[in-house]
Ligand binder design. Structure first.
Ligand code: NDP
Ligand SMILES: CCCCCCCCCCCCCCCC(=O)OCC(=O)COP(=O)(O)O
Length: 325
């Protein structure tokens, strides 16, 4: 006679018998093995892709750009570090060359100082880089500023400044380096956008607009460059713990100067830099580096725009009440 407990376990035992007596188990292990091998191959290819590659990083003086400089340097890239503050770049180069925390051969970085809002300086910087290295493998358009203010109070000069830094500057630098990439039929353009390149939140008009424009431009570029085998990666992070909010500009163009709680509670720039390195190594096309809520908000904006707009309007109402504006 079969006890109730044995009867309950019978289907489980039969399923186990089936798995072990048929080819399912070897098949399962086979699939896992192939997947593991594929990931290993991808990892090895990513490493080889970055080693000795000429990598230009803008906004390398602080935050995410500085951390990207560290991880690309450790991966063996030949770095060109860009920013407005030459002293900060020299200090970073000293820090990088003093550390021996990597097994791969490293290269002393080269620095170029220029302001992205100055089109002439951007073209001259690209020419200097090409004269020095002959070519660029990877351009990481990272530099950027954020903004806080109401649309009604913000001068058009401020809108332009944010667009010049976050959009026209990277576009100009990309265009200046593209011809040499096209000639070699090799190159990779990376744009550090933002979750705000996919959704717009109140009191960030200029910033969100500049990041939406970035997303659109580099999506077009990806399609147009496919024929030359040039890769384009757009990366959209959520909040990162950097000085972005402190350096943000306000409605009248003055510095915001506040470390927002959202920024302070953001991801570590070191972690995000590793994610950027991995995305570039895998030649990803579009990457979102954010928590669940911002990621869901992107879907909500597409699938239920009415609901998303109501949520944003309520957010604006609350923030206005809180700030009395
Ligand atoms: N922090 C965050 O929460 C998030 C950031 N991002 C994006 O990450 C990128 C890096 O920002 P993050 O590291 O956070 O901020 P930081 O303020 O720490 O760094 C910004 C960098 O941009 C450079 N920069 C600013 N204006 C100019 C200019 N006119 N010309 C040249 N360089 C300039 C700065 O260099 P310097 O002033 O020394 O010249 C600095 O190196 C930005 O594109 C930002 O939009 C995206 C999502 C979230
Ligand atoms: C199906 C349920 C979906 C629920 C969605 C609710 C909507 C929640 C809104 C979430 C908004 C997230 C905004 C994220 C913004 C962000 O990460 O920005 C990154 C930056 O670039 C930061 O710049 P800032 O200057 O604004 O600090």
């Amino acid at each position: 006679m079969v006890s109730p407990a044995t009867r309950k376990n019978l289907p489980k035992a039969r399923a186990m018998d089936f798995i072990t007596s048929t080819a399912i188990l070897p098949l399962l292990f086979g699939c896992l093995g192939v997947f593991g091998l594929f990931r290993l191959l991808q990892w090895v290819r990513g490493k080889a892709y970055l080693r000795h590659a000429v990598v230009v990083i803008t906004g390398a003086t602080s935050g995410l750009g500085k951390e990207c400089a560290k991880v690309f340097y450790a991966a063996g890239a030949k770095l060109v570090l860009c920013g407005r503050n030459g002293g900060a770049l020299e200090e970073l180069i000293r820090e990088l060359t003093a550390s021996h925390a990597t097994k791969v051969q490293t290269h002393k970085p080269y620095l170029v100082t220029f302001d992205l809002t100055d089109p002439g300086a951007v073209v001259a910087a690209a020419a200097e880089i090409l004269q020095c290295f002959g070519y660029v493998d990877i351009l990481v358009n990272n530099a950027g500023i954020s903004y806080r203010g109401t649309i009604m109070d913000t001068t058009v000069d401020v809108d332009k400044r944010v667009m010049e830094t976050n959009y026209f500057g990277p576009v100009a630098l990309t265009k200046a380096l593209l011809p040499s990439m096209i000639k070699r039929r090799q190159g990779h353009i990376v744009a550090i956008s933002s979750i705000q390149g996919k959704i717009s939140i109140p009191f960030r008009s200029a910033y969100a607009a500049s990041k939406h424009a970035t997303q659109a431009f580099f999506d077009c570029l990806r399609a147009e460059m496919e024929q030359y085998e040039i890769e384009v990666t757009v990366i959209s992070p959520g909040y990162i713990h950097t000085n972005l909010s402190v350096n943000a500009i306000t409605a009248d163009g003055s510095r915001y100067g506040v470390m927002d709680t959202t920024t302070a509670q953001g991801r570590s720039p070191v972690e995000v830099a590793h994610d950027v390195l991995a995305a570039v190594g895998k030649k990803k096309k579009d990457v979102i580096l954010a928590d669940l809520l911002p990621s869901l908000a992107i879907y909500l904006r597409t699938l239920a725009p009415g609901l998303f707009f109501s949520l944003m309007a309520s957010r604006a109402r609350k923030e206005r009440k809180f700030k009395n504006c």
